[in-house]
Design a protein around this ligand. Structure first.
Ligand code: SF4
Ligand code: SF4
Length: 134
């Protein structure tokens, strides 16, 4: 079976070869959908785990024992283009450059594949154009 999860790593675990351990110790394959893992920072991975149900549960228990936060809610950022005024404020807080201003049109550009759903952009938006959906 497959489970899509978001993994949040504490600083000390960012360098841990998690996908290797999942494959070797639990026979669980981890297909990385999105990653933001930098040395000495909190890291996030959105992964699709595939394997036997019991081994999937054991793998998730093991990750939690390593202080890796495992979340099953897969949230997405949504930008309401009808509300956005392209002020660019959100681009200044986005750590992954998922939000940028197009240099030619000065319109906001959102690259979903770069977004780690850190939600830092939500409170900065003066017109509440940014929200999360499940
Ligand atoms: S949630 Fe917002 S600030 Fe965070 S990575 Fe995604 S677009 Fe950037
Ligand atoms: S902060 Fe809000 S209004 Fe400004 S560019 Fe970002 S989404 Fe648009």
């Amino acid at each position: 079976m497959k489970k899509r999860v978001t993994l949040t790593f504490p600083k000390r675990s960012v360098q841990m070869p998690v996908t290797y351990r999942l494959a070797k110790d639990f026979n669980v394959a981890a297909n990385i959908i999105r990653a933001q893992v930098a040395p000495n920072q909190v890291g996030k991975l959105v992964v699709e785990l595939s394997g036997d149900i019991d081994q999937l549960d054991a793998a998730i228990d093991w990750m939690r024992s390593q202080d890796i936060h495992v979340s099953f809610a897969s949230r997405e950022i949504t930008i309401d283009e009808d509300i956005c005024v392209d002020c660019g404020l959100c681009t200044g807080v986005c750590p992954t450059e998922a939000l940028t201003l197009d240099p030619e049109t000065f319109r906001l550009s959102f690259t979903r594949s770069r977004c780690i759903v850190c939600e830092q952009c939500i409170p900065i938006c003066p017109v509440q154009a940014i929200s999360t959906t499940f």
